[in-house]
Write a protein that binds this ligand. Structure first.
Ligand SMILES: Nc1ncnc2c1ncn2[C@@H]1O[C@H](COP(=O)(O)OP(=O)(O)O)[C@@H](O)[C@H]1O
Ligand SMILES: O=C(O)C1=C[C@@H](OP(=O)(O)O)[C@@H](O)[C@H](O)C1
Ligand SMILES: [Mg+2]
Length: 196
């Protein structure tokens, strides 16, 4: 990378880090949007801890998400998810990637609203489907027609994800580029709030 390009990349990270301050950055959105993989890159760029709420739930329960759904059902999973996310957001700054249903739950959405800045990674159906079709670990997609299920979830959930503080379009570009877009959105939001 040329010296000039390096400076631009460094200043993007530094400016985004300054914009976040001690707040948490919380990624929300549908399965396959890239919350887990992009969140990890964003945290490393900002040099702050990264936590994926699903991995944390699996760690504390010593069960996989699929096992939790099978053993206790979605309602119990949501109650556990709400408790784990509330705890994760108690201190910051951190990047927390949530599972797709987290922001839809009223309790969890309140914890997220209180606990930091939320970013909706928004993607269209074909992008999401291409990505989730590669793995069969998501219990909600174990249906006769998983693409239709995903579309139904999109219709039901998009108005709620729209309540996030920021929206970043999750396009079919490299994860590193998506991470840069999250950093840019963070800087823009800070500029806007400083101007008002
Ligand atoms: N921008 C991207 N480009 C290509 N593949 C991606 C991108 N973002 C995510 N993926 C892939 O899509 C799949 C789902 O991503 P993941 O981060 O687990 O999404 P989520 O946590 O939102 O469900 C993973 O296999 C991941 O590597
Ligand atoms: O959309 C959902 O309700 C879910 C999304 C999953 O996380 P990802 O969005 O990271 O795949 C996981 O929490 C669980 O399977 C339920
Ligand atoms: Mg995930």
């Amino acid at each position: 990378m040329s010296e000039q390009l390096l400076t631009v990349a460094d200043s993007l990270k530094d400016r985004a880090r300054a914009a976040l301050g001690s707040r948490n950055l919380i990624l929300v959105g549908l399965m396959g949007a890239g919350k887990s993989s992009v969140g990890r890159i964003v945290a490393s760029q900002l040099a702050i801890p990264f936590i994926d709420s699903d991995l944390e739930i699996e760690r504390v329960s010593r069960m996989t998400i699929a096992e939790l759904f099978a053993a206790y059902g979605e309602q119990e999973f949501r109650a556990l998810e709400a408790r784990v996310i509330k705890r994760l957001l108690k201190s910051g700054p951190r990047v927390v990637s949530t599972g797709g249903g987290a922001f839809i739950d009223d309790r969890t959405r309140k914890h997220i609203k209180k606990g930091g800045l939320s970013v909706w990674l928004k993607a269209d159906l074909d992008v999401l489907w291409d990505r989730v079709a590669k793995r069969d670990t998501r219990p909600l997609l174990k249906t006769e027609n998983p693409k239709q299920t995903l579309e139904g979830l999109m219709n039901a959930r998009y108005p709620i994800y729209a309540q996030a503080d920021l929206t970043v379009l999750s396009r079919d570009v490299r994860k590193e580029i998506m991470a840069d877009e999250v950093l840019k959105a963070l800087i823009e939001a800070q500029k806007e709030s400083a101007a008002t």
